[in-house]
Design a protein. Sequence first.
Length: 167
Amino acid sequence: MAIDQERRLEALCRQLNEIIMGAALCATEIASIVNSMHDRGGTAGATPNGKCRDRRPTGRPLLDESTLSVMWNGNMLHLGHTQGFWLLARLARSANQYVTYLDLIADIWDNDLTDPAAVRSGVRRLRLKLRRGGMRDLADAIVGHHGRYMLDLGFSSRHTEVTASAH
């Protein structure tokens, strides 16, 4: 491939990345406006009939491999080239489906280990980093159940339907 073509492709990738991030910001702002419109009908966090509403967002996090960052609810957090970034990326690819720890070991740790405690520790560190970065609800969406993990973006009846996703 010619050097000019390679540079053009890199420039187009950067432009596309900026457009996608801008669209994500717009979507977040639209969701915020819609939520505030719903809140005007009654107490914040409750529907007009007084029932509580789940205020956690249900959109997918945006993971940017070029900056190794995650964008969630208008916030961006740089995770860096860490197991946490790749773990979140893997869980996001199979959002709302359980992924076995063996699949995570194969995908994230390249089968270099077989200890489920390493996966638990990686998940714990990722949750902590997300919480410290102001993404508590995203951290809480990472759920585990008997050696399987899921990014639960539906926030509905957890653990009722357990499906494992193979890589």
